[in-house]
Write a protein that binds this ligand. Structure first.
Ligand code: HEC
Ligand code: HEC
Length: 287
């Protein structure tokens, strides 16, 4: 480095290496400086209008921008908007019957969306999240009903609960061979093909032709759809025999099938029950 600037007239700092490598003192380009100052002005302007800095706590609250904008206010406004929309739907649901809700497409779409959680919380443990049922728990997604698929009947099933009763027919009433005959006839979907069906009083609940009686929850025995499915490696025939031998919900028979739909009338509001009934129909089975 020499004392004398070997490049006079040039805007350099006088720092020179390797004879000709020098440090210049040129200002940054004009466009760059404009953007630089503009961003600083923007910073202060924005800070005055919105509380851009972390809001500072004061004795009467916290610092706010002149626009009065806060995140919490924006959130509350959004929520109020949503509640206004929901409120309108909820009010309609309150004043309409489940059957009328079903007829209103927009409203039933809303109902299905809002009942999903209700169903998950209250019903799915027994009936499955899609209403597919399970051993002892009836399918809600098909068109095969114990008590009926009309939405008003479904409301009733949910409100008051259900507990179908069939007395055990094993032991004194029916011999093994008779149970076998009845079970085979039912497995074939032709319960009335054996005279036993009439003679042993099955028609009292399941009807003369065996098509069932929904008022009693006595299932249709002619459709080959079994409401109690075989478990623990049972054959379908064994499962039918078990029902005939030990009955359903019969107090005093320790092997009776237990099948109780709990009562929800005291646990859920009437509106929630309507929503659930619509939800169940929308699984595809009811009407
Ligand atoms: C503890 C298990 C359990 C829970 C929880 C439960 N159910 Fe049930 N549900 C049953 C059983 C068992 C039956 C069949 C009753 C019978 O056989 O008499 C039934 C029957 C029904 C029926 C009548 C079906 C038909 O074929 O007629 C409907 C509808 C129904 N449940 C809907 C619901 C809804 C909706 C919920 C939630 C609010 C719910 N259930 C919660 C066990 C349950
Ligand atoms: C007092 C009424 C009553 C009488 C009598 C009766 N049942 Fe039932 N039965 C029912 C009810 C109710 C159910 C359904 C119970 C439930 O799902 O909660 C049922 C269910 C059944 C089932 C189960 C069907 C399935 O889908 O899994 C079979 C099988 C059956 N009954 C056969 C018979 C036979 C055979 C007789 C005559 C020997 C008979 N029942 C007499 C009321 C009766």
């Amino acid at each position: 480095m020499s004392d004398k600037n070997p490049f006079p007239g040039e805007n350099n700092t006088g720092h020179i290496w390797d004879d000709n490598l020098r440090e210049l003192a040129n200002p940054p380009p004009r466009w760059w400086m404009i953007a630089f100052w503009a961003s600083i002005i923007w910073f202060f302007g924005y800070g005055v209008i919105y509380p851009m800095y972390p809001a500072l706590p004061g004795s009467t609250g916290f610092t706010k921008g002149v626009a009065g904008w806060t995140q919490i206010k924006e959130y509350e406004e959004g929520l109020a908007e949503l509640q206004a929309v929901r409120g309108e739907f909820e009010q309609k649901i309150s004043s309409m019957s489940a059957a009328d809700i079903l007829k209103d497409e927009g409203l039933s779409d809303y109902t299905v969306a809002s009942a999903k959680v209700l169903f998950g919380d209250n019903c799915a443990a027994c009936h499955g999240s899609g209403g597919q049922g399970g051993p002892g728990y009836p399918v809600l997604a098909d068109d095969n009903w114990l008590y009926g698929g009309d939405v008003n009947i479904i409301v009733q099933s949910i409100t008051s609960g259900r507990k179908g009763m069939m007395p055990p027919k094993g032991g004194a009433e029916l011999s093994e061979a008779e149970i076998d005959t009845l079970a085979k006839a039912i497995a074939e979907g032709k319960p009335a093909s054996t005279p036993l069906f009439l003679e042993k009083g099955c028609i009292g609940c399941h009807g003369v032709g065996g098509k069932g009686m929904q008022a009693l929850g006595a299932v249709n025995l002619t459709d080959q759809i079994m409401r109690f499915v075989p478990v623990n490696g049972q054959t379908p025939l064994d499962s039918i025999k078990q029902t005939i031998t030990h009955g359903v919900n019969f107090p005093g028979d320790p092997k009776t099938r237990e099948a109780e739909m709990p009562e929800f009338g005291k646990r859920l509001s009437a509106d929630d029950i309507k929503k659930l009934a619509v939800y169940v129909v929308k699984f595809g089975g009811g009407q």
